[in-house]
Design a protein around this ligand. Structure first.
Ligand SMILES: [Zn+2]
Ligand SMILES: [Zn+2]
Length: 213
């Protein structure tokens, strides 16, 4: 079974995730931010071999821990190319909030259509979901050869809400299209892990999210 550790700290309360395969103890790190020391300590305590650092998008709250993660783990950093301008701006973006952010290291690999990234008995498929920002992706996790029902959606969709679209490169119509055409296509039973707040499901959001009526 896919194992998931979620941590969040102030001021952003952004979720950082360690996912791992029970059998092989290989894992991935998703969106390392200010909680990165906690996630690294967790991975060490549980003797996990983290294979990749995967970013849902490049807003500062989702990348402020990438430098520390890269230093500790020495594995590749993945991002969508269309968010490179935000990634390069992370230090400046942090200063707007009065925060000192360590500059993230260069991206090692840009997500490509149809790409499959493996760890242990699992596969990650990135799906482009622009709208909150130009390079937002949903990371679909599946046991090898099966249909994936765990979705790490960044700030595209939240339990009862949707991502803001008033930041550089954001667009409301594009966001709604990403949610309805990409995320809803995974089916009502799919589990959704947003960048902030609690997990939910596609079915629950389709039925009750006031922004998606
Ligand atoms: Zn964001
Ligand atoms: Zn965020």
């Amino acid at each position: 079974m896919l194992q998931i550790e979620t941590q969040a700290v102030g001021p952003f309360m952004k979720n950082g995730f360690v996912l791992w395969c029970d059998r092989t103890r290989e894992g991935v790190l998703i969106d390392p931010g200010d909680e990165i020391e906690g996630l690294i300590a967790f991975a060490a305590r549980h003797q996990l071999a983290i294979r990749h650092i995967l970013l849902t998008h490049a807003h500062v709250d989702h990348v402020s821990g990438v430098a520390a993660a890269k230093r500790a783990l020495g594995v590749k950093v993945y991002l969508h190319r269309d968010d490179e301008f935000l990634y390069r701006d992370a230090v400046q973006h942090g200063l707007l909030f009065g925060l000192r952010v360590e500059a993230p290291p260069p991206v090692d690999e840009y997500y490509a259509p149809g790409q499959v990234i493996g760890f242990g008995d699992y596969e990650v498929r990135p799906h482009h979901t622009p709208g909150h920002c130009p390079g937002g992706v949903c990371l679909q996790i599946a046991p090898k050869g099966q249909r994936g029902e765990d979705l790490f959606v960044g700030d595209t969709l939240f339990a009862g809400s949707i991502g803001r679209t008033d930041l550089p490169g954001g667009d409301y119509e594009t966001l709604i299209a990403s949610i309805k055409q990409v995320l809803f296509s995974f089916g009502d039973q799919a589990r959704v892990y947003p960048g902030h707040g609690p997990a939910t499901t596609i079915g629950r959001e389709r039925a009750t999210n006031p922004f998606l009526r």
